[in-house]
Design a protein around this ligand. Structure first.
Ligand SMILES: [Cu+2]
Length: 508
């Protein structure tokens, strides 16, 4: 086959280009966004602004969800960053602890902010009390390994290397010491922002949020200290998917805050090690997303994809007050693995924009603001000490019931006529109180008669609950609303779980 002659191809190209630009001139208003979208910033080839000027600057590092102030500088400087590696036990969920490996004592690690063209002198200190060697690979570094080879540091040692930040953008950093996946899974990641020379547009608030997946030997919310499970990590079956390293790190009193009328910018990273995040804020639309942490932005976005080892910046204007829920929209991760945070906006109602009521109860269940979850941790502590009382179980069970069972059976246990049978003063329970454990673990279907009324529906199994959660809920139900009383222990539940659904009561 012969290619068309060159003059023909050129002519085609020219007419197409002319046609397009004529169209653009008549239709599109020239805007800053339009210009930015078509300008090539030149990447690393344009990022060397010459040798550092002035006195060396010590970088301000912040813990999540805080972000250091803008660099506010119009010349390249030498910036000194000192980051400490800290191995420490911290809560990963309520009543659950985990030994995290951190950059700066937090998960994610300290936020670093520099300007394109800066020369960064990086000091990595591995604290003497630590057990493992560590290093750092910064995705904002140009050079093999991103700093990893030059920063390998044994406990009690410090290493130093220098790099020039040639490309602007939002970059992940992480430990890259073997086994790399294990170091990342234990929380060793964070973000470094390399501002473009002119800085970023001004906003009212900036927050730092980072997703990560965690692999514990125990089940989701299984109390006590949990170890790292390498098998689950290799299989990519996380026990927890979290924002900022802990379930509830950004809910209740710790929710992110804003006021209506303000512009908010989120710096969101994904440390992985395995999962890709479908990052979404329920009830908000991102006015702009600098996808993949790069230079271009997309506008009017509902959900943005953040790869493992990647990041994105998003901006939005707050109009309506209330609780906005940040989730990974791979939604089981949000409601059954912990990937849920709150941004609370205060201000005057805007009934002209939204007439509805607060989202708390609908999406948050037991994590809604106002739910006091202390009874759950009190019961966990007592169980650990081997002196858990029935009253403590009842108190914890009440909180857990609100987050799990009340959607159907209602908070007062009265159910919904014709749809969900009552648990209050239930004749069905009275006939055989001990079957409640099996019902919670394995669900129930087929005809049942409760207090003279027949139900023929399906209750899904609640097998995601841990043994102690089932025990506490069952004990709470048995001791409430005129039910016969009694106590279900964690061991009873373990036995019922091991026996499987064979022991399930027949509803007839
Ligand atoms: Cu490490």
């Amino acid at each position: 086959m012969k290619l068309p002659t060159r003059p023909l191809m050129l002519a085609l190209a020219i007419t197409t280009a002319l046609g397009l630009s004529a169209f653009a001139m008549t239709r599109a208003p020239s805007s800053a966004a339009g210009i930015a979208a078509s300008t090539d910033t030149g990447g690393s080839a344009q990022g060397d602004f010459g040798p550092p000027q002035g006195e060396p600057i010590h970088a301000v590092l912040t813990s999540p969800p805080n972000v250091p102030p803008p660099v506010n500088r119009n010349y390249p400087a030498k910036v000194i960053v000192t980051l400490d590696v800290v191995e420490k036990e911290m809560p990963i969920s309520e009543g659950v602890t985990y030994t995290f490996w951190t950059f700066g004592g937090t998960v994610p690690g300290s936020f670093i902010r520099v300007r394109q063209g800066d020369t960064v002198e990086f000091h990595l200190r591995n604290l003497p009390g630590n057990k493992m060697p560590h290093n750092i690979d910064l995705h904002g570094v140009t050079g093999p390994g991103g700093g990893a080879a030059s920063s390998f540091t044994a406990p009690g040692h410090e290493s130093q290397f220098t790099f020039k930040a040639l490309n602007a953008g939002l970059y992940v950093y992480h430990c890259a010491t073997a086994p790399v996946g294990m170091h990342v899974a234990n929380g060793m990641y964070g973000l470094i922002l390399v501002e473009p020379p002119e800085g970023l547009p001004k906003v009212d608030r900036e927050y730092y949020v980072m997703q990560g997946d965690f692999y514990t030997t125990g089940k989701y919310r299984e109390k006590g200290h949990q170890g790292f499970d390498m098998e689950k990590a290799i299989e990519e079956h996380p026990t927890y998917v979290l924002f900022n390293g802990m379930e509830g790190s950004l809910t209740g009193d710790k929710a992110l805050k804003a006021k209506t009328g303000e512009k908010v910018r989120l710096y969101v990273g994904n440390g992985g090690p395995n999962l890709v995040s479908s990052f979404h804020v329920i009830g908000e639309i991102f006015d702009k997303v600098w996808f993949e942490g790069g230079t271009r932005f997309q506008e009017n976005v509902q959900t943005t994809l953040i790869p493992a080892g990647g990041a994105a910046m998003m901006e939005f204007h707050m109009e309506v007050p209330g609780s906005y829920v940040l989730v990974d929209h791979s939604i089981f991760r949000a409601f059954n693995k912990g990937a849920l945070a709150i941004l609370k906006a205060e201000g005057e109602d805007r009934k002209d924009i939204y007439s509805g009521k607060e989202v708390d109860a609908v999406y948050l269940g037991d994590q809604a603001t106002g739910t006091d979850r202390t009874p759950v941790s009190t019961a966990a502590a007592s169980a650990k000490a081997g002196k858990l009382t029935r009253d403590e179980q009842i108190a914890a069970g009440k909180v857990l019931f609100a987050g799990t069972c009340s959607t159907c059976h209602q908070a007062d246990g009265k159910g919904l006529e014709g749809v969900f049978p009552p648990l209050a003063n239930s004749s069905f329970l009275k006939a055989n109180p001990s079957r409640i454990t099996d019902i919670i673990l394995h669900g129930l279907q087929g005809k049942v008669t409760v207090n003279g009324k027949e139900y023929n529906s399906v209750m899904p199994p609640m097998s995601q609950l841990t043994d102690d959660e089932v025990a506490n809920i069952a004990t709470y139900v048995l001791n409430s609303w005129g039910n016969p009383g009694g106590q279900v222990t964690k061991d009873d539940v373990a036995k019922a779980r091991a026996a499987g659904s064979a022991g399930q009561p027949n509803g007839h």
